[in-house]
Every structure is written in structure tokens, then in C-alpha cells.
Design a protein around this ligand. Structure first.
Ligand code: ATP
Ligand code: MG
Length: 318
């Protein structure tokens, strides 16, 4: 049985066990993921390095496009918008000065798994989605982006591509405009929609102004172009998306990404819905499942499952 199948089964069991039980608390305890680290992972890519503090200044790393390209680091720093974010520290775990806040260790584990996968296949642009609303996509996207940016010299872009129900700007305590929707409509350029806040190396493209036709714009091809242009400037690009069962945006967005991370909310996501969501994406794109929000004090509140190799599906993953 694949680990992803195991994760879905586990979520279903927890949901069944909770039916008729007490309400799910906001937080419960955490547990380190059980999935093995990929064999043969390059030590240089694994996250053995130290983290810098949330507000620390860290130099950019050297392997960047030359100044001849309009998409270079100098342009990024000069033209992106410095903002005073006021993150919600209860859910934006890495803005808290306390490095041992509950949940942070699980995001570090997720980071290690992604580096291990990246040694096997190209993996930079990750779409975060789930079957249904309110399963923790934005929570996972934002904290994953933070834990990646906390490493020295790693530059990370977080994109709010949920144009139907954007939340990242609220979680990070900043403005939603200008943002992705404005760019997709042709109203602005790449750098003018990028914000940077107090965490060095973490950049945000918020959702932008509200739209009446998000599906058309997301499918227009302009988003893929945006990703291609700015990709060389970042080590990781994390894309938050709408739920994939009710609307098609996530499967369209996935076409511009290298991998898909599926969030399953424990005690909540029906297994048939999780399976349906999973079928929206090609096997080779699914890099893992995040089991979010378990409700016992001794269980994780966020837990991760990965396949051995997202570039070759060797066992059924339904
Ligand atoms: N593990 C968690 N611990 C505590 N709070 C969480 C956790 N996961 C999600 N939440 C909270 O649950 C709510 C829903 O989470 P979130 O907004 O991330 O879900 P979503 O899947 O992005 O929803 P939508 O489909 O509406 O975009 C938010 O208030 C978020 O802060
Ligand atoms: Mg969301």
C-alpha cells in the first residue's frame, strides 16, 4: 500500500472515530512524519544547514541570473515592495521568536522530504491543494514557504493563486493588492506585484483585486509565463490554490508547477473526496499528502506522507 493511500485511509479512520464525538480543537499535539528520507539524497541539498532568525539579514546566494536579464536579483530587490507585515503568529509559526512552537518541527520534516525528492527530479514550483474548502491549504502553503525561507540563502516566493477565496494576505497581515489578478489582467508587471516583509528571503504575490472570472484568467496561460520568468530568481515557489473538487483552477494551475502537495484534513475529508481530488492530477505530479489537524493530544496536528519517487509511479496510489 502506498504511503499516500495510507494517509487517506488514516484520515478516514480518524474521521469515523470522531463522528458523534467532541468538536475538533484548533490545535493538538504534533508528531514527526514516518516516511523514510529518499536514499541517495545529496547531503548538500538536505536541510542540515542552520536557520536564520525571522528578522535576520541573510545575503542572497550566488547562483542567480546575470544582470543582463531583466529578471535579476537587483531588479527584484529594487522593484518589489517592502511592506510591514503583521503576521498572525498563532498560525504563521515561523514568525514567532520561539523556534520550538508546536508544528514547526513537522514543517522542517516536510522541508527535508522535499529536498530529498528534489535530488531525484526537478522540483521548485509546488502547488498546494486539497479536495474541499477549509482543509488547511493556505496554512500549509504559508508555513511551508516560511520554513524554506528560514534557511540561509534560500529565496522563496509564496503565491496566492486562490483568486476565489484569498487568505494569505490576511494570515501574513498585509495588503492583497496589487497582486496576481492585476498581473493576469495585464495591468502591471512581475516585480510590482511582489512584496517582501520582515522575513528575509520570503516574498509574496498576494491575490490582487477581486475578479468575476477567476477560472478564465487562471487558465489564460499568463500565469505559466509569470512562473517561467521569475523562476530563476527563487529556490522555491509555493502556490496556494482553491479546493480541487468543486472548481478546476487547481488542475489548471498544476500545469505550470513541478509537483502537487495534497492536504487532507483529519476527521473531516471524506476519503472518496480525497481520492477524487487526487485523480485530478497525474500520478507523477503528486509529491505527497499532508494530514492536517488531527485532534488528539498525542497525535500530530500536521503529518506528512510521501511516495518513494514522484517521478515514477511503481505502485497504485488510489
Ligand atoms: N493545523 C492547524 N492548526 C491550527 N489552525 C489551522 C490548522 N490548519 C488550518 N487551520 C485554520 O483553519 C482555517 C482554515 O485553514 P485554511 O485557510 O488554511 O484552509 P484552506 O484549505 O486554505 O481553506 P479555503 O479552501 O477556504 O482556501 C484557518 O483559520 C486556519 O488558520
Ligand atoms: Mg485557502
Amino acid at each position: 500500500m502506498s504511503r499516500i493511500h495510507e494517509a487517506l485511509k488514516k484520515a478516514e479512520q480518524e474521521r469515523a472515530a470522531s463522528q458523534g464525538g467532541s468538536a475538533q480543537p484548533e490545535y493538538s499535539a504534533v508528531e514527526v512524519a514516518t516516511a523514510p528520507v529518499m536514499p541517495g539524497a545529496k547531503a548538500s541539498e538536505l536541510d542540515a544547514g542552520t536557520e536564520h532568525p525571522a528578522n535576520g539579514r541573510v545575503p542572497f546566494n550566488a547562483a542567480m541570473p546575470s544582470l543582463a536579464s531583466p529578471f535579476n536579483v537587483d531588479a527584484l530587490m529594487a522593484r518589489s515592495i517592502q511592506q510591514s507585515w503583521i503576521p498572525d503568529e498563532k498560525i504563521m509559526l515561523f514568525f514567532n521568536e520561539d523556534d520550538k512552537v508546536r508544528g514547526t518541527e513537522e514543517f522542517r520534516t516536510l522541508r527535508s522530504r522535499l529536498y530529498a525528492l528534489r535530488d531525484k527530479a526537478p522540483l521548485k514550483k509546488i502547488l498546494v491543494t486539497s479536495a474541499l474548502p477549509k482543509e488547511g491549504k493556505s496554512f500549509t502553503s504559508a508555513n511551508l514557504a516560511q520554513v524554506l525561507a528560514r534557511q540561509h540563502g534560500r529565496r522563496v516566493l509564496l503565491i496566492d493563486a486562490d483568486l476565489r477565496n484569498p487568505r494569505l494576505h490576511m494570515m501574513l497581515g498585509t495588503t492583497a493588492t496589487p497582486g496576481l489578478a492585476d498581473y493576469l489582467q495585464g495591468g502591471t508587471d512581475e516585480f510590482s506585484i511582489m512584496q517582501r516583509g520582515p522575513m528575509e528571503n520570503l516574498f509574496l504575490i498576494p491575490s490582487g483585486q477581486e475578479l468575476s472570472n477567476p477560472a478564465e484568467l487562471v487558465g489564460s496561460g499568463r500565469l505559466k509565463l509569470l512562473l517561467q520568468r521569475i523562476e530563476p530568481l527563487f529556490d522555491w515557489i509555493i502556490v496556494d490554490s482553491p479546493p480541487s473538487v468543486p472548481v478546476s483552477d487547481a488542475s489548471v494551475l498544476a500545469k505550470g508547477c513541478d509537483g502537487v502537495l495534497m492536504v487532507v484534513r483529519s476527521n473531516s475529508t471524506p476519503i472518496d473526496m480525497a481520492r477524487r481530488a487526487r485523480q485530478e492530477f497525474p500520478d507523477e505530479m503528486l509529491v505527497g499528502v499532508v494530514l492536517n489537524g488531527t485532534n488528539s493530544e498525542v497525535m500530530p496536528y500536521t503529518r506528512y506522507y510521501y511516495d518513494q519517487d514522484h517521478s515514477s509511479a511503481t505502485e497504485p496510489r488510489s
